[in-house]
Design a protein around this ligand. Structure first.
Ligand SMILES: CC(C)(COP(=O)(O)OP(=O)(O)OC[C@H]1O[C@@H](n2cnc3c(N)ncnc32)[C@H](O)[C@@H]1OP(=O)(O)O)[C@@H](O)C(=O)NCCC(=O)NCCS
Length: 180
């Protein structure tokens, strides 16, 4: 079971069934889903339930996803993927929460938990070329080694150019220690 992680401004905790209506509302915003790979648009509570049933809290070894809670409400989610040699890091926030550094704060906490509690050596991620905010988040968290790839985006029914990046345990720990 995932723990509860507290940062200066946020609480990261396991997703619960009661979050699904709010998650549906926030991720149902096309401004959010248009940047994500596997999220359909429009998005229904049934879509949220299907996703919820695949998470670690429900299966014991599914997707390790934290709800990002702010002011006692689910504001988004951050995932460190399923247990794998190089798990996938993914995230989103409701539109009204953008631009205040929340995702960098949440991402750093989730990655710290992953590296501290598992023997994961490398985490993979990626974003569309057009998603400057997300590429900035990845860069601020220390992801490097960008190479181009194509990302299929379900909500748009399109395959679009993106950047694939990775983060090593060593680099994350070096950055955490204040070096660059
Ligand atoms: C990507 C996302 C999670 C970023 O969340 P956030 O909390 O706003 O991110 P942060 O504030 O921590 O960092 C964003 C950075 O990008 C910058 N930024 C944001 N929008 C930008 C834009 N349109 N152009 C250039 N820079 C931008 C911010 O200034 C910030 O950089 P700074 O700290 O150097 O100022 C949020 O926009 C989102 O959920 N988008 C839709 C879903 C998505 O894209 N998920 C990721 C898929 S790969």
């Amino acid at each position: 079971m995932l723990p509860v992680l507290r940062t200066d401004r946020l609480c990261l905790r396991p997703v619960v069934a009661g979050d699904l209506p709010e998650i549906t509302r926030l991720i149902g915003d096309f401004a959010v889903s248009r940047m994500l790979s596997v999220v359909p648009h429009p998005y229904s509570v049934e879509d949220a339930e299907t996703w919820f049933l695949q998470t670690e809290g429900q299966t014991g070894n599914g997707e390790r996803v934290f709800a990002i809670e702010l002011d006692s409400r689910a504001a988004g989610a951050v995932s460190v993927g399923k247990p794998a040699e190089a798990p996938e890091f993914g995230y989103w926030l409701g539109r009204s929460y953008w631009g205040r550094g929340f995702m960098t704060e949440a991402g750093r906490a989730a990655l710290a938990w992953l590296f501290e509690t598992t023997d994961t050596q490398t985490v993979m991620s990626g974003a569309l070329d057009e998603n400057t905010a997300s590429l900035n988040v990845l860069s601020k968290l220390g992801f490097t080694g960008a190479h181009t790839y194509s990302l299929s985006v379900k909500s748009r029914g399109e395959t679009l150019p993106g950047m694939r990046v990775q983060l090593s345990r060593e680099r994350f720990e070096t950055l955490k220690g204040g070096a660059s």
